[in-house]
Design a protein around this ligand. Structure first.
Ligand code: DGY
Length: 334
Protein backbone atom coordinates (compact mmCIF):
# COMPACT_ATOMS: atom_id res chain seq x y z
CA UNK A 1 0.00 0.00 0.00
CA UNK A 2 1.22 3.54 -0.66
CA UNK A 3 -0.31 6.80 0.42
CA UNK A 4 -1.30 9.23 -2.33
CA UNK A 5 -2.52 12.52 -0.89
CA UNK A 6 -5.55 11.65 1.25
CA UNK A 7 -6.17 8.32 -0.44
CA UNK A 8 -4.75 4.99 0.49
CA UNK A 9 -4.74 2.84 -2.64
CA UNK A 10 -3.99 -0.82 -3.12
CA UNK A 11 -0.90 -0.89 -5.27
CA UNK A 12 -0.10 -3.91 -7.35
CA UNK A 13 2.81 -2.58 -9.35
CA UNK A 14 5.74 -0.23 -9.22
CA UNK A 15 6.50 1.63 -12.42
CA UNK A 16 9.24 4.03 -13.48
CA UNK A 17 8.82 7.09 -15.69
CA UNK A 18 12.19 8.24 -16.96
CA UNK A 19 11.28 11.96 -17.22
CA UNK A 20 8.47 14.32 -16.31
CA UNK A 21 5.59 13.64 -18.75
CA UNK A 22 2.15 15.27 -18.98
CA UNK A 23 -0.29 14.62 -16.15
CA UNK A 24 -2.58 12.89 -18.68
CA UNK A 25 -0.18 9.95 -18.45
CA UNK A 26 0.86 10.21 -14.83
CA UNK A 27 -2.71 10.30 -13.47
CA UNK A 28 -3.76 6.83 -14.71
CA UNK A 29 -0.40 5.40 -13.68
CA UNK A 30 -0.75 6.76 -10.15
CA UNK A 31 -4.26 5.29 -9.92
CA UNK A 32 -2.89 1.78 -10.41
CA UNK A 33 0.74 1.78 -9.37
CA UNK A 34 3.47 3.31 -7.28
CA UNK A 35 5.18 5.71 -9.69
CA UNK A 36 8.88 6.61 -9.56
CA UNK A 37 9.66 9.62 -11.77
CA UNK A 38 13.09 10.79 -12.92
CA UNK A 39 12.51 14.51 -12.43
CA UNK A 40 15.75 15.95 -13.83
CA UNK A 41 15.92 17.83 -17.12
CA UNK A 42 18.63 15.54 -18.52
CA UNK A 43 18.16 11.79 -19.02
CA UNK A 44 19.33 9.43 -16.27
CA UNK A 45 22.82 7.99 -16.71
CA UNK A 46 23.11 4.21 -16.95
CA UNK A 47 23.64 3.95 -13.19
CA UNK A 48 20.80 6.36 -12.45
CA UNK A 49 18.49 4.42 -14.76
CA UNK A 50 19.42 1.22 -12.94
CA UNK A 51 18.56 2.82 -9.62
CA UNK A 52 15.25 4.08 -11.00
CA UNK A 53 14.27 0.70 -12.49
CA UNK A 54 15.06 -1.12 -9.25
CA UNK A 55 11.96 -3.07 -8.23
CA UNK A 56 9.86 -1.81 -11.17
CA UNK A 57 7.41 -4.02 -13.05
CA UNK A 58 7.16 -1.60 -15.94
CA UNK A 59 8.63 1.62 -17.26
CA UNK A 60 7.66 4.53 -19.46
CA UNK A 61 10.89 5.27 -21.31
CA UNK A 62 11.99 8.00 -23.70
CA UNK A 63 14.01 7.85 -26.90
CA UNK A 64 17.00 9.06 -24.87
CA UNK A 65 17.02 5.88 -22.73
CA UNK A 66 18.98 2.94 -24.12
CA UNK A 67 17.15 -0.26 -23.14
CA UNK A 68 19.15 -3.31 -24.19
CA UNK A 69 19.59 -6.90 -23.07
CA UNK A 70 21.99 -6.00 -20.28
CA UNK A 71 19.58 -3.45 -18.78
CA UNK A 72 16.79 -6.03 -18.96
CA UNK A 73 19.02 -8.69 -17.38
CA UNK A 74 19.76 -6.37 -14.48
CA UNK A 75 15.99 -5.87 -13.99
CA UNK A 76 14.40 -9.26 -14.56
CA UNK A 77 11.16 -8.14 -12.89
CA UNK A 78 10.56 -5.57 -15.68
CA UNK A 79 7.71 -6.89 -17.85
CA UNK A 80 6.69 -3.89 -19.97
CA UNK A 81 8.73 -1.09 -21.53
CA UNK A 82 6.38 1.56 -22.87
CA UNK A 83 8.24 4.04 -25.06
CA UNK A 84 6.93 7.61 -25.09
CA UNK A 85 7.57 7.84 -28.87
CA UNK A 86 6.52 6.18 -32.07
CA UNK A 87 10.18 5.34 -32.83
CA UNK A 88 11.76 2.66 -30.66
CA UNK A 89 15.31 2.38 -32.01
CA UNK A 90 16.49 3.07 -28.43
CA UNK A 91 15.16 -0.36 -27.42
CA UNK A 92 16.65 -3.69 -28.42
CA UNK A 93 13.31 -5.30 -29.30
CA UNK A 94 14.66 -8.81 -30.10
CA UNK A 95 16.46 -8.81 -26.71
CA UNK A 96 13.18 -7.77 -25.04
CA UNK A 97 11.18 -10.45 -26.88
CA UNK A 98 13.73 -13.13 -25.90
CA UNK A 99 13.18 -12.14 -22.28
CA UNK A 100 9.40 -11.95 -22.57
CA UNK A 101 9.38 -8.17 -22.12
CA UNK A 102 6.63 -6.32 -23.93
CA UNK A 103 7.72 -3.19 -25.86
CA UNK A 104 5.10 -0.53 -26.64
CA UNK A 105 5.16 2.75 -28.56
CA UNK A 106 2.88 5.71 -29.37
CA UNK A 107 1.92 5.60 -33.07
CA UNK A 108 -0.92 7.59 -34.69
CA UNK A 109 -1.36 10.19 -31.94
CA UNK A 110 1.66 12.18 -33.16
CA UNK A 111 1.17 11.73 -36.90
CA UNK A 112 -0.53 15.07 -37.60
CA UNK A 113 1.76 17.12 -35.37
CA UNK A 114 4.83 15.60 -37.02
CA UNK A 115 3.47 16.08 -40.53
CA UNK A 116 2.55 19.71 -39.74
CA UNK A 117 6.03 20.32 -38.38
CA UNK A 118 7.63 18.79 -41.46
CA UNK A 119 5.76 21.39 -43.46
CA UNK A 120 6.79 24.15 -41.07
CA UNK A 121 10.42 23.19 -41.64
CA UNK A 122 10.00 22.82 -45.38
CA UNK A 123 8.33 26.21 -45.76
CA UNK A 124 10.76 27.91 -43.37
CA UNK A 125 13.74 26.61 -45.35
CA UNK A 126 12.17 27.27 -48.76
CA UNK A 127 11.23 30.85 -47.87
CA UNK A 128 14.30 31.54 -45.74
CA UNK A 129 12.23 32.48 -42.69
CA UNK A 130 14.99 32.22 -40.02
CA UNK A 131 17.34 34.35 -42.16
CA UNK A 132 14.55 36.88 -42.72
CA UNK A 133 13.83 37.14 -38.99
CA UNK A 134 17.54 37.61 -38.24
CA UNK A 135 17.74 40.27 -41.00
CA UNK A 136 15.02 42.35 -39.32
CA UNK A 137 16.36 41.78 -35.79
CA UNK A 138 19.86 42.78 -36.89
CA UNK A 139 18.52 46.14 -38.11
CA UNK A 140 19.37 45.42 -41.77
CA UNK A 141 15.87 46.07 -43.16
CA UNK A 142 16.11 49.45 -44.88
CA UNK A 143 13.74 49.09 -47.84
CA UNK A 144 11.68 46.66 -49.93
CA UNK A 145 14.05 44.94 -52.33
CA UNK A 146 13.33 43.07 -55.59
CA UNK A 147 16.29 40.79 -54.90
CA UNK A 148 15.94 40.57 -51.13
CA UNK A 149 16.02 37.10 -49.52
CA UNK A 150 14.70 35.20 -52.52
CA UNK A 151 13.58 31.68 -51.69
CA UNK A 152 12.24 28.69 -53.58
CA UNK A 153 8.65 28.38 -54.84
CA UNK A 154 6.80 25.60 -53.03
CA UNK A 155 3.48 25.62 -54.89
CA UNK A 156 3.67 23.46 -57.98
CA UNK A 157 7.09 22.03 -57.10
CA UNK A 158 7.92 18.33 -56.69
CA UNK A 159 8.16 16.78 -53.23
CA UNK A 160 9.90 13.45 -52.70
CA UNK A 161 8.75 11.61 -49.58
CA UNK A 162 11.12 8.93 -48.32
CA UNK A 163 9.12 6.57 -46.12
CA UNK A 164 5.40 6.67 -46.97
CA UNK A 165 4.15 5.37 -43.62
CA UNK A 166 1.65 7.14 -41.40
CA UNK A 167 3.58 10.41 -41.20
CA UNK A 168 4.79 10.35 -44.80
CA UNK A 169 1.19 9.90 -45.96
CA UNK A 170 0.01 12.94 -44.00
CA UNK A 171 2.88 14.94 -45.50
CA UNK A 172 1.71 13.77 -48.94
CA UNK A 173 -1.88 14.84 -48.28
CA UNK A 174 -0.74 18.31 -47.28
CA UNK A 175 1.39 18.53 -50.44
CA UNK A 176 -1.74 18.25 -52.58
CA UNK A 177 -2.87 21.57 -51.07
CA UNK A 178 0.22 23.13 -52.60
CA UNK A 179 -0.55 21.57 -56.00
CA UNK A 180 2.68 19.65 -55.86
CA UNK A 181 3.79 16.61 -57.80
CA UNK A 182 4.26 13.95 -55.13
CA UNK A 183 6.90 11.23 -55.45
CA UNK A 184 7.46 8.59 -52.81
CA UNK A 185 10.00 5.91 -52.05
CA UNK A 186 9.00 3.05 -49.78
CA UNK A 187 9.67 -0.67 -50.22
CA UNK A 188 6.12 -1.37 -48.94
CA UNK A 189 3.82 0.22 -51.48
CA UNK A 190 0.22 1.19 -50.68
CA UNK A 191 -1.27 1.25 -54.18
CA UNK A 192 -4.70 2.40 -53.01
CA UNK A 193 -3.32 5.40 -51.11
CA UNK A 194 -1.08 6.28 -54.07
CA UNK A 195 -4.04 6.19 -56.47
CA UNK A 196 -6.32 8.14 -54.17
CA UNK A 197 -3.76 10.87 -53.42
CA UNK A 198 -1.97 10.99 -56.75
CA UNK A 199 1.35 9.81 -55.38
CA UNK A 200 3.89 8.12 -57.67
CA UNK A 201 6.17 5.50 -56.16
CA UNK A 202 9.63 5.75 -57.71
CA UNK A 203 13.09 4.34 -56.91
CA UNK A 204 15.07 6.38 -54.39
CA UNK A 205 17.60 7.49 -57.04
CA UNK A 206 14.81 8.91 -59.23
CA UNK A 207 13.14 10.63 -56.28
CA UNK A 208 16.41 12.31 -55.29
CA UNK A 209 17.10 13.43 -58.85
CA UNK A 210 13.63 14.87 -59.49
CA UNK A 211 12.42 16.30 -56.17
CA UNK A 212 12.71 19.95 -55.22
CA UNK A 213 12.03 19.01 -51.61
CA UNK A 214 13.01 15.68 -50.08
CA UNK A 215 11.46 14.78 -46.73
CA UNK A 216 12.56 11.79 -44.61
CA UNK A 217 10.13 9.72 -42.50
CA UNK A 218 11.72 6.29 -42.16
CA UNK A 219 12.33 4.39 -38.94
CA UNK A 220 16.00 4.08 -38.00
CA UNK A 221 17.18 0.55 -38.74
CA UNK A 222 20.41 -1.03 -39.98
CA UNK A 223 19.06 -0.54 -43.54
CA UNK A 224 18.16 3.13 -43.14
CA UNK A 225 21.28 4.25 -41.26
CA UNK A 226 23.06 6.71 -43.62
CA UNK A 227 20.38 6.12 -46.27
CA UNK A 228 21.24 9.66 -47.34
CA UNK A 229 25.01 9.88 -47.77
CA UNK A 230 27.41 11.60 -50.14
CA UNK A 231 26.21 9.66 -53.23
CA UNK A 232 22.56 10.41 -52.56
CA UNK A 233 23.22 14.09 -51.85
CA UNK A 234 25.15 14.33 -55.12
CA UNK A 235 22.09 13.06 -56.98
CA UNK A 236 19.84 15.81 -55.60
CA UNK A 237 19.19 19.05 -57.46
CA UNK A 238 21.43 22.00 -56.58
CA UNK A 239 18.21 23.93 -55.84
CA UNK A 240 16.73 21.26 -53.58
CA UNK A 241 16.03 21.25 -49.85
CA UNK A 242 16.32 18.21 -47.56
CA UNK A 243 14.03 17.91 -44.52
CA UNK A 244 14.68 15.28 -41.85
CA UNK A 245 11.78 14.41 -39.53
CA UNK A 246 12.87 10.82 -38.86
CA UNK A 247 16.09 10.06 -36.95
CA UNK A 248 19.44 11.86 -37.22
CA UNK A 249 21.56 8.87 -38.35
CA UNK A 250 19.40 8.42 -41.48
CA UNK A 251 21.63 11.19 -42.89
CA UNK A 252 25.43 10.99 -42.93
CA UNK A 253 26.06 14.27 -41.10
CA UNK A 254 29.53 15.00 -42.48
CA UNK A 255 28.32 14.34 -46.03
CA UNK A 256 25.48 16.80 -45.41
CA UNK A 257 27.90 19.46 -44.16
CA UNK A 258 29.95 19.02 -47.36
CA UNK A 259 26.84 19.11 -49.59
CA UNK A 260 25.58 22.32 -47.98
CA UNK A 261 29.04 23.88 -48.19
CA UNK A 262 29.79 22.98 -51.81
CA UNK A 263 26.27 23.75 -53.05
CA UNK A 264 25.31 20.18 -54.03
CA UNK A 265 21.98 21.01 -52.40
CA UNK A 266 20.51 24.39 -51.50
CA UNK A 267 19.41 23.83 -47.94
CA UNK A 268 18.41 21.50 -45.15
CA UNK A 269 15.95 21.61 -42.27
CA UNK A 270 16.56 19.13 -39.48
CA UNK A 271 14.30 18.21 -36.60
CA UNK A 272 16.70 15.38 -35.76
CA UNK A 273 20.47 15.24 -35.93
CA UNK A 274 23.44 12.93 -35.46
CA UNK A 275 24.76 13.44 -32.88
CA UNK A 276 21.74 14.54 -30.89
CA UNK A 277 21.80 17.05 -29.37
CA UNK A 278 23.98 18.82 -31.90
CA UNK A 279 26.59 20.97 -30.09
CA UNK A 280 26.04 24.70 -30.56
CA UNK A 281 29.46 25.00 -32.26
CA UNK A 282 28.66 22.33 -34.87
CA UNK A 283 28.99 23.67 -38.45
CA UNK A 284 25.34 22.82 -39.26
CA UNK A 285 24.11 25.15 -36.52
CA UNK A 286 25.70 28.27 -37.98
CA UNK A 287 25.16 27.60 -41.69
CA UNK A 288 22.62 30.09 -43.08
CA UNK A 289 21.22 27.39 -45.38
CA UNK A 290 20.53 24.95 -42.58
CA UNK A 291 17.75 25.06 -39.99
CA UNK A 292 18.17 22.92 -36.88
CA UNK A 293 15.42 22.54 -34.27
CA UNK A 294 15.64 20.35 -31.13
CA UNK A 295 13.60 17.27 -32.12
CA UNK A 296 10.28 19.01 -31.51
CA UNK A 297 8.16 17.66 -34.38
CA UNK A 298 5.61 16.09 -32.02
CA UNK A 299 5.84 18.88 -29.46
CA UNK A 300 2.31 20.25 -29.21
CA UNK A 301 0.38 20.33 -25.95
CA UNK A 302 -2.36 18.16 -27.42
CA UNK A 303 -0.05 15.57 -28.96
CA UNK A 304 2.19 15.24 -25.91
CA UNK A 305 -0.93 14.72 -23.75
CA UNK A 306 -2.10 12.00 -26.13
CA UNK A 307 1.33 10.38 -26.16
CA UNK A 308 1.41 10.35 -22.36
CA UNK A 309 -2.07 8.90 -22.16
CA UNK A 310 -1.28 6.18 -24.70
CA UNK A 311 2.06 5.32 -23.08
CA UNK A 312 0.25 4.87 -19.75
CA UNK A 313 -2.55 2.80 -21.31
CA UNK A 314 0.03 0.58 -23.03
CA UNK A 315 1.96 0.07 -19.81
CA UNK A 316 -1.06 -0.73 -17.65
CA UNK A 317 -2.60 -3.09 -20.23
CA UNK A 318 0.72 -4.92 -20.53
CA UNK A 319 1.00 -5.28 -16.75
CA UNK A 320 -2.55 -6.65 -16.61
CA UNK A 321 -1.50 -9.27 -19.17
CA UNK A 322 -3.76 -7.73 -21.82
CA UNK A 323 -2.80 -6.78 -25.36
CA UNK A 324 -1.84 -3.06 -25.22
CA UNK A 325 -3.28 -0.67 -27.81
CA UNK A 326 0.22 -0.32 -29.35
CA UNK A 327 2.78 -3.01 -28.66
CA UNK A 328 5.54 -3.73 -31.16
CA UNK A 329 6.30 -7.31 -30.07
CA UNK A 330 2.91 -8.49 -28.76
CA UNK A 331 2.91 -11.49 -31.13
CA UNK A 332 6.25 -12.66 -29.77
CA UNK A 333 5.55 -12.05 -26.09
CA UNK A 334 1.82 -12.51 -25.40
C1 DGY B 1 8.98 9.78 -31.96
O1 DGY B 1 7.87 9.66 -31.43
O2 DGY B 1 9.63 8.82 -32.37
C2 DGY B 1 9.50 11.18 -32.11
O3 DGY B 1 10.78 11.21 -32.56
C3 DGY B 1 9.31 11.97 -30.83
O4 DGY B 1 7.96 12.24 -30.77
Amino acid sequence: MIRQGENVVATRWTVAVTREIPEAGLRPLRESAAVKIWEQELPPSEGELDALLQGCDGAVTLLTDRIDGSVLDRHPQLRVVSNFAVGYDNIDVPAASERGVLVCNTPDVLTNATADHTWALLLAAARRIPESIAYVRDGKWRTWGPMLLLGQEVSGATIGIVGLGRIGKEVAKRARGFNMRVLAFDPFEDAEFAREHDVSYVPLEQLLAEADFVTLHVALTAETQHLIGANQLQRMKATSILVNASRGPVIDTSALVDALRDGSILGAALDVTDPEPLPADHPLVSMPNCIVVPHTASATVQTRNSMAELAARNLLAGLRGERPPAAVNADEVL
